[in-house]
Design a protein. Structure first.
Length: 135
């Protein structure tokens, strides 16, 4: 499925993209709020400035993804693989990162308000100043 088909489906009201392969996709500025991307492969995807607010990304592979300036407010990232992901200035307010793998990820200047990092793997993770409750 190409990007135009995804946009068409989303515009038509479809939010179910569960388990799909978006590896290395160019999805910058994508409008995917409320989408179900659980279990999807988004490894090395370019998702800068994407709207992923309230998206279900549980169990998704976001290894090495570019999520700079992405809107991840209230997103479900439980168990997601975010190893090496770049979340520079991403809005993670209310995001659930429980049991997520954030090793080698960069959350520089990300907004950590109300982020749930319970059980998250944080080895070599660059966290925002003032973060976090489980340090």
């Amino acid at each position: 499925m190409n990007w135009n088909q995804i946009v068409e489906r989303y515009t038509a009201g479809d939010r179910d993209f569960h388990g799909m392969n978006f590896a290395e996709a160019k999805l910058g500025r994508a409008e995917l709020a409320d989408a179900d991307l659980s279990g999807s492969d988004l490894s090395r995807a370019a998702l800068g400035r994407a709207n992923l607010r309230h998206a279900n990304l549980s169990g998704a592979n976001l290894h090495g993804a570019d999520l700079c300036h992405a809107d991840l407010r209230d997103a479900d990232l439980r168990g997601a693989d975010l190893r090496g992901a770049i979340l520079l200035r991403a809005d993670l307010t209310g995001a659930n990162l429980e049991n997520a793998d954030l090793r080698w990820a960069s959350l520089t200047e990300a907004s950590p308000l109300d982020m749930d990092l319970s059980g998250a793997h944080l080895d070599r993770t660059i966290l925002p100043k003032g973060c976090c409750s489980n340090e």
